[in-house]
Design a protein around this ligand. Structure first.
Ligand SMILES: *[C@@H]1O[C@H](CO)[C@@H](O)[C@H](O)[C@H]1NC(C)=O
Ligand SMILES: *[C@@H]1O[C@H](CO)[C@@H](O)[C@H](O)[C@H]1NC(C)=O
Ligand SMILES: *[C@@H]1O[C@H](CO)[C@@H](O)[C@H](O)[C@H]1NC(C)=O
Ligand SMILES: *[C@H]1O[C@H](CO)[C@@H](O)[C@H](O)[C@H]1NC(C)=O
Length: 510
């Protein structure tokens, strides 16, 4: 019986491989999960950039920065609410130059000003507590889950070059966290510093010092929140991965300090790279970054098994993203593929730079209208559960596939990405452990494609219909197409699909 099964199965595989060009057999293992994400994997950032921030002869931040953003905008509130909850990480380059107007720092509360010889070309800025109150009002109304990035450079001395030495002055941060706790604002996590790890970007701090400062932050939080169940998590270092630096940092900070090891990903190069649009569609290029995810996992397994990896910030292309690219449909090939890849490497959270601002916003900087990746993120959040399953096929590298348990229903959710602009794929989803199981159930399909076939469109089609806000500025209902699970999924060129196979028997999802 068993032998017969194997023979039939092999015959099956041969048949499928011969006609691989159009017919794909996607094999999903529903018995063993390969990784787990956090319940709330999707995260987006708010950055500190003022409207004077420019890159490559354009100034794409407008009034989208933390201090200038219109917090009464209805689209903004509805867009956040739709995730129920959306994680929001507040941070970015200027984070380590922000003072909080509280305690002994209450008297001076300067605005960021352009200063060529200072970090990132700006002077020190300030967060006033009445602005913080308004931000929290929005977060409460929308149910957002907040990560706040603290200034980690305060009190340190600049040496020659970019190295900053000496211990972190935590007093201003402590007064700020104390204010926040007294006000009853819920903070999911505090993160220390931005891009100060390894060689740093504009500034750097050595790993031993940073590890000791993380211990100090944990102590402050335990003082403010004696009950472990209500304690905000502690995250760091929020910078680029460097093996030696990260390993040392984990060793020095030690057990039970770091709740999440945050690192940043900008694997697409600079925003003005004319080849950006090709990189976004090149599966060989996109796969290269998996080495970093694998190395991070090794660092954690060897030196910090008590913690787990988060992508704390990733905009794909650095210096505010690509002008006619990063807010358009084609960016989803990179973004959704990254969500799939990092999930497989056991990452808990992925923070997209940005929720709004720059060229890579999930929402349009000026109109607040959702860009295609907003809907990709929302569908992921609603459909892809936290348990990650293996999914593989032997066909074109231009077809990417990821499988998770469904979020709320039974069965599995599959994400299919066809980066090919010419091939239509017929994808059969098969169960590695149960080849003969009939799949007479319904299947739900969400096919995403760009308007007019233009991969640089800001308008996304869901099952052929353009997604538009409702008359009351609400996010539209996202309805699947119902299909018969006995037939393959037909995946058009240049398209992405989320597919829910309800009848798929997956013990790992029970
Ligand atoms: C914490 O906040 C409370 C209430 O505002 C205040 O009385 C107390 O002095 C603060 N403690 C510190 C260390 O800032
Ligand atoms: C915002 O929308 C305008 C008008 O459609 C467009 O020109 C611009 O590129 C969009 N920007 C972003 C970042 O979404
Ligand atoms: C299809 O994609 C390739 C690169 O992947 C590109 O050279 C070609 O011009 C594209 N064709 C169309 C019709 O867009
Ligand atoms: C998807 O698109 C790529 C190139 O645009 C093509 O090579 C491939 O055959 C298409 N179909 C699938 C299922 O990947």
């Amino acid at each position: 019986m068993e032998l017969k099964g194997v023979i039939i199965w092999s015959l099956f595989s041969v048949l499928f491989c011969v006609s691989c060009a159009e017919t794909v057999e996607l094999t999903v293992n529903g018995v063993n999960s390969i990784a787990k994400t956090d319940d709330d994997f999707i995260c987006a950032t708010l950055d500190w950039w003022p409207d004077t921030k420019c890159d490559f002869n354009q100034c794409p931040w407008g009034k989208a920065g933390v201090l200038l953003l219109d917090l009464n905008n209805k689209i903004l509130a509805n867009a956040i609410k739709a995730f129920n909850p959306l994680r929001i990480r507040i941070g970015g380059s200027l984070q380590d130059q922000v003072l909080y107007q509280i305690g002994t720092f209450a008297s001076k509360c300067p605005h960021f000003r352009r200063r060529d010889n200072e970090l990132f070309g700006y002077s020190v800025g300030c967060l006033q507590m009445d602005r913080w109150d308004l931000l929290n009002k929005l977060f409460v109304e929308t149910g957002a889950k907040i990560t706040f990035g603290l200034n980690a450079l305060l009190g340190r001395k600049k040496t020659s070059g970019t190295l900053y030495i000496g211990g972190w002055n935590w007093r201003n941060a402590f007064a700020f966290m104390n204010y926040t706790a007294y006000k009853g604002y819920m903070i999911d996590s505090y993160e220390l510093g931005n891009e100060l790890s390894g060689g740093g970007v504009a500034a750097r701090v050595e790993a031993e010092q940073y590890g000791r400062d993380m211990i100090a932050l944990k102590t402050l939080i335990k003082t403010l929140y004696p009950k472990p169940t209500t304690q905000p998590k502690v995250l760091g270092p929020g910078g680029f991965y460097d093996k030696h630096w990260f390993d040392t940092f984990l060793k020095v900070s030690g057990p039970n300090v770091l709740d999440g090891l945050t690192h940043h990903i900008y694997n697409l190069g600079a925003g003005n790279d004319p080849t950006l649009i090709n990189k976004l569609r090149d599966p060989y290029f996109l796969s290269r970054v998996s080495q970093t995810y694998s190395d991070i996992s090794t660092s954690i397994n060897s030196f910090g098994p008590w913690t787990s990896a988060w992508v704390g910030e990733s905009g794909g292309a650095y210096r505010s993203g690509g002008k006619d690219v990063s807010h358009t449909f084609v960016n989803g090939f990179w973004y959704l593929d990254q969500l799939g890849m990092t999930s497989r490497f056991n990452h808990k959270v992925f923070c997209r730079q940005s929720l709004i601002g720059g060229n890579y916003g999930l929402l349009n900087t000026t109109s607040f209208v959702p860009n295609p990746d907003y809907y990709g993120a929302l569908l992921w959040s609603r459909l892809m559960g936290k348990t990650v399953l293996s999914a593989s096929h032997k066909c074109s590298p231009f077809l990417r596939a990821y499988a998770h348990c469904t979020k709320k229903a039974t069965g599995i959710s599959v994400l299919l990405i066809n980066m090919s602009n010419s091939t239509t794929f017929d994808v059969s989803i098969t169960n590695e452990n149960n080849v003969y199981a009939g799949q007479n159930n319904q299947r739900e399909e969400y096919h995403l494609a760009p308007k007019d076939g233009n991969i640089q469109s800001d308008v996304l089609l869901l099952n052929g219909t353009p997604l538009k806000l409702t008359a009351s500025f609400d996010i539209p209902v996202l309805k699947p197409k119902i299909a018969d699970a006995r037939f393959p999924v037909i995946l058009a060129p240049n398209s992405i699909a989320f597919v829910i196979v309800k009848g798929f028997r997956a013990p790992a999802c029970a």
